[in-house]
Write a new protein. Structure first.
Lengths: 424, 126, 467
């Protein structure tokens, strides 16, 4: 091969690199490991992590993953393919993305979904940019204080650099305050409002009147959702939202210390052309077969460059496949059952915790599903429970503690948790 | 050979202007639509928006490209060609019939800076 | 591959399901108030487990991956994805960790982050890495935010522009725009490299820095990098390195040593993690010491980044170790140059000379155009390659060349595979010269033929509609 190229040795291939930049000596890396050594090493790292029963949500939920999913997602034709640029040999990827888009529209009740984004918080940041792009003369986006802290922080970071002012809508009586929202809207500079469908206290919000107030000011309503809960709570479509975003992680993705997850975005038809991310569309080939292609590419960075609404290139394709298979296996009954089990388990825990006398209710009577907050009477509850083998009672900004129950938590586990609370 | 119509004004960025009193109809030339190929979408402003001579007012999109539309004159958009929303291919089929925006001009003297048919023909070098 | 036309919705039958959940052991918690309940029908597919498995298995068989065959997609570094990485990423002791668990309970995970930071710093010559960004473009954005934050922290609020070469990938100017920076383009010379004389007048007190890659998007090493770095630094700007082209430098050159202040890496390119059909990826960002203080104020993702991807990359780095790192760079460059030299008599090579890990052809030398028959284009060549069982190279990028065909073989291909590719490319060139219609009509041997993309964009159908 060297002969063909016309050089004598491999080093000659770098003859155009100034000599001072050619690294001399060894790199500061450990010696190469064989497969078995890698296995042993990772096993030792694994052992350094605690194995706790997870009773916390706060944006990452320990829902059950059907065994079929990792099996199918590890098929190398899915795993080792790249973006479906050559659609004739990528119909697999294109079709499951089309299915994913359809399913996200079903869940959210909106018209068009993209092929996925990185995660929930960045999807919210993209929605923030979209609102500015769609409303043009407006410069401010409002965030509900009921949104998860990571959602607010990511949106704030993007906004800071993008030149967008962020305003806040406080929580009153357990949810985003419509009155406070109206006061902010009256300043007539709002492009969009991001509110949680189920907020960080676990409470299912009532958004009656929100769309009307927001649309009257020619702004966009953006709902940040838990897609699993959308099986049972009112959808963004039903709230007349313009954009729905969130993280698909609760749909069977493992916790995996925070990633990879998958952001989703669905919009009303009117906003389709300003939506970021890849989109798959249906068409026909020369023989009239039904085929799928990446479409509406003129929106994207490789064509619009600095005029694109977003810089996003990759999506989280394999995780979108994960979600698609999850929803296909669960179906409507399965997803409702996941919510039923989680909700009943959470309410059982809620009642048992109150019985211990160690908590005060924060939002009595407010509707919640699988997550809730309480005010602890004793400090350092999270640490005490950790020693007993539970990850629970995550402190919130206000000093409440947060619990979450999913269908993976058994009654025995919950009873053990309550016992640990009592004994502390 | 690209079609060029006498009596219209032309910009360097391949827009044409048809003047009727104080009103300017603006579209893209045959040369422009050929360059773009199959047009899949026309990104248009809204009625009531202002346009400024030399600045972008929209875009033409094809499967693989996006091309800015530059306004030849300044003024206010009084009408947008709604037909192009569902049938962007009309621009390919009849570039001079498919006007994109109808503008009430604020500074008609800007028309003097535009080319006539012969000047545009020389500009595209055909 | 065979054509399989179903969608999951068409496999659905009322009453079927593919899940298994435990019985409800709890007292009923009651319903949500009516006003908060979903009223819209929940039209999810109802499919049994075997049917779900068959459906997705059949879909996968219409897909081409690195494991299927040669995938010379320029600028994407489609190297082989080692399976030991997959095994490590699936370990339950990692997969079951909640991201908000405190460091004292996740020492293993934290150690992975520490070690990765050290390893990436050693490989690139940067001082410290954040592993939070989820993809290359995400890393670019994060890097540009750090660039702006650096100047803001120094009280220099006028640096609102960033210089980007005209050969840059679209994500570069897009990231700059998202970050609130104005893009100033610098021209390339005929030899494809940045024109240093054209750069000089662009530098001033309003320039935050320059965003570039080395080798550049044409696969050519920017030989003037020392001068460029000196000029930019003198003007008070920073140098950002787009690490998409890191592969040829592995074990040979470090961006930090060339003067770059900020960079991102693509773990799904250079560090062998699988592309997944378009993600998940991971885009760690490294900074020089002077930027370390800027890191805490930038929050770009939900938690700690794509940990599952990071685990895979970590296993890869451990398997390379000190001894094998250099082979990655050397063999990537060897393979690319070999292909270039073997095909430059039938494909137009706009810029001759030693390339790095990839190079660009500008279409066929003889495209067979005659009478009314148009010549074979780069698109036609790409589609014809599919017939021969290869994935096409990157086409129509960079924009500098109208019939651009960007080939990146990577270091993980055997000589036999590369020779087979060369033979097929020569065959296609011969076919074009004889009768370009063979290429115009391609592909012939794939499950579907060329799609009608125009109708797809004019009348978008973006979700399933029951007929």
């Amino acid at each position: 091969m060297l002969d063909k190229i016309g050089v004598k040795k491999l080093d000659d291939l770098y003859s155009d690199v100034p000599a001072e930049f050619l690294h001399k000596g060894a790199y500061a890396l450990p010696p190469a490991m064989s497969e078995q050594e890698i296995r042993d090493y990772f096993a030792s790292l694994e052992a350094m992590n605690a194995k706790l029963k997870v009773f916390v949500g706060a944006g990452a939920y320990d829902h059950y993953t059907p065994s079929v999913i990792p099996y199918l997602c590890s098929r190398s034709e899915f795993l080792t393919a790249y973006t479906p640029y050559q659609c004739e040999i990528s119909q697999g990827t294109l079709r499951y993305i089309f299915e994913y888009q359809s399913l996200i529209c079903t869940l959210t009740g909106l018209d068009v979904s993209n092929a996925s984004l990185y995660d929930g918080p960045t999807a919210a940041a993209e929605a923030m940019k979209m609102a500015i792009a769609c409303t043009r003369k407006k410069t401010r986006v409002l965030l509900s204080k009921g949104l998860l802290p990571q959602v607010r922080e990511v949106v704030e970071t993007y906004a800071r650099f993008h030149g967008v002012e962020i305003g806040y809508v406080p929580v009153a009586d357990g949810q985003t305050s419509l009155e406070a929202l109206k006061a902010e809207l009256a300043k007539d500079d709002v492009a969009g409002v991001i509110v949680p469908s189920v907020n960080r206290y676990g409470i299912v919000e009532d958004h009656a009147g929100f769309a009307d107030a927001i649309h009257a000011q020619k702004a966009l309503l953006i709902e940040y959702c838990d897609p699993s809960a959308l099986a049972v709570v009112k959808t963004p479509g039903e709230w007349d939202a313009d954009i729905a975003v969130g993280d698909g992680q609760p749909l069977g993705l493992p916790l995996c210390y925070g990633g990879p997850y998958v952001g989703f975005m669905a919009v009303k038809k009117d906003h389709m052309r300003k939506m970021p991310g890849r989109i798959v569309g249906q068409t026909v080939d020369k023989e009239g077969r039904r085929v799928f292609v990446l479409t509406l590419q003129a929106r994207e960075q490789h064509i619009k460059r600095e005029k694109a609404t977003s810089n996003i290139c990759s999506n989280e394709s394999l995780m979108a496949l994960w979600v698609t298979i999850y929803l296909s296996l669960m179906g409507p009954e399965g997803l409702r059952e996941v919510n039923r089990l989680s909700c009943d388990g959470a309410h059982y825990l809620y009642g048992e915790l109150l019985k211990t006398g160690q908590f005060e209710e924060v939002f009595p009577g407010k509707p919640f599903l699988k997550e809730f907050v309480l005010k602890p009477k004793q400090p350092k509850l999270q640490e005490r429970l950790e020693k007993a083998g539970f990850f629970a009672a995550l402190p919130t900004e206000e000093g409440y503690v947060s619990f979450c129950v999913t269908e993976k938590r058994t009654k025995a586990e919950i009873d053990a948790l309550v016992k640990a609370v009592k004994e502390g | 050979m690209s079609k060029i119509i006498e009596g219209l004004k032309y910009s360097e960025s391949h827009e044409w202007v048809k003047v009727e009193g104080n009103i300017a109809y603006i579209g893209v030339t045959d040369f422009a639509q050929k360059e773009m190929g199959d047009i899949t979408y026309v990104d248009m402003p809204e009625e009531g928006d202002d346009v400024i001579a030399g600045e972008e007012f929209g875009a033409l999109e094809s499967v693989k490209a996006s091309s800015e539309l530059i306004s030849p004159v300044s003024g206010t958009v009084v009408l947008v060609n709604g037909e192009l929303e569902d049938a962007p291919e009309k621009v390919n089929e009849d570039a001079y019939g498919a006007w994109i925006i109808k503008v009430e001009m604020s500074l008609p003297s800007e028309l003097d800076a535009l080319m006539d048919a012969a000047g545009y023909k020389a500009h595209i070098g055909e | 591959m065979k054509y399989y036309d179903k969608l999951i919705f068409e496999c659905s039958k009322e009453g079927r399901c593919g899940y298994s959940l435990p019985k409800n052991a709890f007292p009923a918690a009651g319903e949500l108030p009516q006003a908060l309940r979903r009223q819209a029908p929940l039209d999810l597919p109802q499919v049994s487990e075997p049917d779900v498995v068959r459906h997705y298995t059949n879909l996968s068989q219409m897909n081409f991956g690195v494991d299927t065959g040669f995938y010379p997609l320029g600028s994407c570094t489609m190297k082989y994805n080692p399976k030991i990485n997959e095994e490590m990423a699936a370990l339950q002791g990692f997969a079951g960790l909640h991201p908000l668990m405190p460091a004292s309970l996740t020492e293993g995970a934290c150690k992975v982050y520490e070690e990765m930071d050290k390893a990436l710093a050693a490989i690139t010559g940067m001082y410290k890495f954040t592993l939070a960004p989820c993809a290359g473009a995400h890393g670019e954005l994060t890097g540009l935010m750090l660039m702006r934050q650096y100047h803001i922290n120094r009280g220099d609020l006028n640096r609102t522009k960033v210089i980007v070469p005209d050969s840059a990938h679209g994500t570069n100017p897009a990231s700059a725009a998202v970050c609130g920076l104005e893009v100033v383009e610098v021209k390339s010379l005929e030899n494809g490299r940045i024109d240093v004389e054209a750069l000089k007048p662009l530098l001033g007190p309003d320039i935050a820095g320059i965003m570039m890659t080395n080798p550049n998007t044409l696969g050519l090493f920017e030989t003037e990098i020392k001068t460029i770095a000196a000029l930019v630094h003198e003007a008070g700007g920073l140098l950002y390195y787009d690490g998409a082209n890191m592969n040829p430098l592995m074990g040979v050159v470090r961006p930090g040593d060339m003067g770059f202040d900020i960079m991102h890496l693509n773990l799904h390119k250079t560090f062998s993690t699988p592309h997944g059909g378009g993600g998940p990826g991971s885009g760690p960002v490294g900074v020089a010491q002077k930027l370390v203080d800027c890191l805490p104020s930038i929050r770009v993702s939900a938690f700690h980044g794509n940990f599952g991807v990071i685990l895979r990359a970590y296993a890869y780095i451990l398997s390379l170790g000190q001894e094998h790192l250099r082979k990655v760079g050397e063999y990537a460059v060897l393979s690319a140059n070999y292909i270039k030299e073997s095909l430059k008599d039938v494909y137009k090579l706009p810029i001759d000379g030693v390339c790095k890990h990839e190079f660009v052809f500008d279409g066929l030398i003889n495209d067979g155009a005659h009478d009314d028959v148009p010549g074979a284009t780069t698109l036609d060549v790409a589609k014809r390659l599919l017939d021969y069982g290869f994935h096409a190279p990157t086409i129509y990028f960079p924009l500098l060349f109208h019939q651009a065909l960007m080939i990146e073989p990577t270091e993980t291909e055997s000589k036999e595979t590369i020779d087979a590719f060369i033979a097929v490319m020569r065959k296609i060139a011969a076919e074009a010269a004889e009768d370009p219609n063979i290429l115009h009509e391609a592909p012939h041997n794939t499950p579907i033929s060329r799609p009608d993309e125009t109708t797809a964009a004019r009348n978008p159908i973006l979700k399933y509609q029951e007929n």
